[in-house]
Design a protein around this ligand. Structure first.
Ligand SMILES: Cc1ncc(COP(=O)(O)O)c(C=O)c1O
Length: 468
């Protein structure tokens, strides 16, 4: 992270100087949007050429400075989202993403992904409505109701909307679905867990693939419920790509058992767990793709006409979103207070208090959804001394601590701190606890990415005409 941070500061200073940026106190010379485009209901700034998220955040920050507006904000770079989608298709061409809506339900992200051809993993009635409600972003077969525990009303709602694919991992759910859905197509979720994952979903979801799953296939057949496939989720924030291979092998065995029982097994759902941060070296989409593609070729060859899907969340949502908050207070302290080392009692350090925090957009901190967040001055200055610093959120809670310990130059009240890679499990979890306002979103794209989205839209039916 320290290396990343040094690189980042260098990069931003480089970008600024290459743009002819004057020293810090003057306004940096920033590019201007060529025009605006509406995607769904969102106003999107369109730039002639590729726009860096940091530079776009600087544009917004600069504009806010001009207007004396210090409210926190986040930016969504749809060009980055398009690149992520293209990377996914390049790396795993046989696997269709069903984006996990819970990760970030910004309407502009949902409509962009729908236009690019993504399906959706919905876990609640409201999530189904976000996709198939007024806007009708896609058609019902592009949705999987991917929650194994479903309120009866949600099951009826799915039926009403024409959503048939849904996951289950226990017998009780089968009875419920049989009663409340007229045409369910069940997907049996098994527990295949990467024990190193930040969020091991196996403790809560998934049947044992060896002992319980075969019995559930049999029970479904007895109840006259069609099981069309197998799903698993190796855990969010996973690090062991080989776990996908293990899951695919289990799924093959269960496909064979299901076929013997008369189920029409056609769908394999390899869940989520794909990293969202490009700088994560432990695991990458490339490493996962190698394992997945090899296992698919072996157990689910193309000739079998299987439908292979995944439920990526943080993979798509993380990188396009950056968060920027304003410094409300900058307090000089002794480093000992941060490091807890008495030997640091003579070292100068700073506590910063921002107007967004872990009860706001940094909510991903609470449940450890964003373990590696790190801030940078939005408008960095050259050659500044770095001080040990802590960064706090605005509320009265002592848990409202965004960064326990980091290194930052001395920053003043009114300056902005910038956090990249912040789109997953952040905005969706934000509250207005203590009365602090939530960050507002700004959206950008470059012309080439916009043309790409439009070309994808042209290849589809009128259904998507609502987007532009
Ligand atoms: C059922 C399901 N699918 C997909 C996801 C998305 O996971 P990730 O963000 O790790 O890709 C989650 C996350 O909790 C989930 O519960």
């Amino acid at each position: 992270m320290v290396l990343l941070k040094s690189f980042f500061v260098f990069f931003v200073v480089f970008v600024q100087s290459s743009l002819g940026a004057p020293p810090s106190r003057k306004k940096p010379d920033l590019p201007k949007a060529a025009y605006y485009e509406r995607i769904g209901n969102s106003k999107v700034f369109v730039f002639k050429s590729s726009i860096n998220s940091t530079v776009f955040s600087q544009i917004i920050g600069n504009d806010k400075n001009r207007k004396n507006d210090d409210s926190p904000f986040y930016t969504v770079n749809l060009g980055t989202l398009v690149s992520k989608f293209q990377e996914w298709q390049r790396e795993m061409p046989r696997v269709k993403p069903f984006y996990s809506v819970k990760t970030n339900n910004e309407p502009v992200i949902l409509s962009t992904l729908a236009t690019l051809g993504s399906g959706f993993d919905c876990a609640s009635k409201n999530e189904m409505n976000m996709i198939l409600g007024n806007n009708k972003l896609t058609t019902p077969e592009n949705i999987i109701f991917a929650h194994t525990i479903k309120p009866e009303k949600f099951i009826s709602h799915a039926d009403k909307m024409g959503i048939n694919k849904m996951t289950f991992d226990n017998e009780e759910e089968l009875y419920k679905v049989k009663k409340f859905h007229s045409n369910p197509r069940m997907v049996l979720r098994i527990n295949v867990s990467d024990q190193t994952a930040a969020h091991k979903l196996g403790a809560k979801f998934g049947s044992n693939p060896i002992t319980d799953a075969p019995k559930l296939l049999k029970k479904a057949a007895e109840l006259g419920l069609e099981v069309i496939g197998i799903s698993f989720h190796i855990g969010s924030g996973a690090t062991k790509e080989e776990t996908y291979g293990i899951g695919i092998k289990y799924a093959r065995d269960l496909f064979d058992k299901g076929l013997e029982l008369g189920h029409n097994m056609t769908l394999l759902d390899i869940g989520g767990g794909y990293p969202g941060n490009d700088t994560d070296e432990e695991i990458s989409l490339q490493k996962i793709a190698k394992v997945v593609n090899t296992a698919l070729d072996k157990y689910f060859p193309e000739s079998g006409n299987y439908e292979i899907i995944a439920e990526p969340g943080r993979y798509f949502a993380t990188a396009p979103v950056s968060v920027t908050a304003n410094i409300v207070s900058s307090v000089e302290i002794k480093a000992e207070r941060i490091t807890k080392k008495p030997t640091d009692s003579n070292i100068t350090a700073y506590s910063y208090y921002l107007n967004d925090g872990v009860y706001g957009t940094f909510a991903c901190k609470v449940a450890d959804f964003c373990p590696t967040i790190s801030s940078f001055p939005l408008f960095p200055k050259n050659n500044q001394t770095q001080y040990i610093s802590a960064v706090w959120g605005p509320t009265c809670s002592d848990s409202d601590l965004i960064e326990e310990q980091t290194n930052l130059p001395h920053m003043e009240v009114g300056e902005w701190l910038y956090y990249p890679y912040m789109g997953a499990y952040s905005i969706v979890l934000a509250t207005d606890f203590n009365g602090f306002e939530r960050a507002k979103g700004y959206y950008c794209i470059d012309e080439k990415s916009l043309q790409y989205i439009k070309s994808r839209k042209a290849a589809k039916s009128d259904l998507l005409s609502v987007l532009f």
